[in-house]
Design a protein around this ligand. Structure first.
Ligand code: GRG
Length: 313
């Protein structure tokens, strides 16, 4: 198993969070647990057909930051739930996220050669296997989620609906369609927000909500987590747009400057760098405000929101 996604390698040794919360060791522990769980849930690499299972594992263990699983587990903890109960849902979201990256990198989409500091899936396994590895990871997510225990407020039916809605034609894929169709066009900030809400915020928000659901949280808590996840998700994409301009490919582990090259609308290209930073800060402020009902018990979520704003990759 590739263990390159340690918090140190993610640049987390800098001021990681507000207060005394040690985000670096939190991420170290949660990343290790998530990697072990994913390793357990996925078929072995030599399972027939071995090329497919190798390809699925190649991208899943390529060194992703594991932000969505961390958000899911942190939300569960904020609601007095357990990491063990939330883990299948955290892993399901990471499988969907990885599938979306494999497909996003394909020649028919963003046509990228590098992801997570390594050659993209289709560069190593060919386009056909990369498409199938993405399909299989998406499907695998539901098989993993089926292994969650189910809760009185949140049945497996509700969990499946949550995952399929975030990954489906109204959210993740709608965002990707709008992104593709917007290439080379001048679009207003409202349209860019529509893309970010769907392409990025929907799955991040889903990760946070599923964490709350795994703790059988009450409706008011779920609303607060939704508000938090939505705003953190939008801030995450604004920062991603900024990093695409300000960081090198080497540092990001993926091709920097792609947005400009593809003539994609981004916050820096529409409102400028200074205003983009302000917007990311405002969104993070709203995310913090959403956590007020947790009365200081959502320290990991707070630290993650702060880190996502300050991150450099
Ligand atoms: C269905 C054909 C088909 C494609 C789906 C929806 C989709 C393709 C792609 C969207 C993927 C995408 C690029 C979303 C933007 C969100 C984003 C910035 C992802 C990167 O997340 P990080 O930085 O990545 O957390 P790591 O590698 O660290 O997990």
């Amino acid at each position: 198993m590739n263990q390159t996604n340690s918090p140190k390698s993610l640049g987390m040794s800098v001021k990681a969070s507000p207060g005394d919360f040690d985000l670096e060791s939190y991420m170290h522990d949660r990343t290790k647990a998530v990697n072990q769980a994913l390793d357990h849930f996925l078929p072995r690499a030599n399972t027939n057909p071995p090329t497919l299972h190798e390809a699925m594992r190649y991208s899943l263990f390529a060194g992703g930051k594991r932000l969505r699983p961390a958000l899911c587990l942190a939300a569960a903890e904020a609601c007095a739930g357990s990491v063990d109960d939330a883990m299948p849902l955290a892993c399901a979201v990471e499988c969907i996220h990885t599938y979306s990256l494999i497909h996003d990198d394909l020649p028919a989409m963003d046509d990228d050669d590098y992801r997570r500091g390594k050659l993209t899936n289709h560069k190593v396994f060919g386009e056909g296997i990369a498409i199938l590895a993405g399909d299989a990871l998406l499907t695998q997510a539901f098989e993993i989620a089926a292994q969650s225990k189910g809760w009185t407020r949140y049945s497996h039916q509700k969990i499946f609906r949550e995952l399929s809605h975030a990954a489906g034609s109204l959210q993740l894929i709608a965002g990707q369609v709008a992104d593709l169709e917007g290439e080379g066009k001048k679009i207003p900030a409202s349209e860019l927000k529509y893309i970010h809400e769907r392409k990025t915020s929907a799955l991040l928000c889903c990760a946070v909500r599923l964490g709350g659901m795994s703790a059988n949280c009450a409706a008011a808590r779920l609303r607060a987590l939704t508000d938090f996840g939505y705003n953190v998700g939008l801030a995450f994409q604004v920062i991603d747009d900024i990093l695409d301009v300000t960081q090198t490919s080497e540092h990001l582990g993926k091709t920097a400057g792609k947005d400009q090259a593809a003539r994609k609308a981004t916050y820096p290209s529409i409102v400028g760098m200074k205003r983009s930073r302000q917007i990311a800060k405002e969104l993070t402020g709203r995310a913090f405000a959403a956590l007020r009902p947790f009365k200081g018990k959502a320290l990991a979520l707070e630290a993650l929101a702060h880190h996502l704003l300050e991150r450099s990759r």
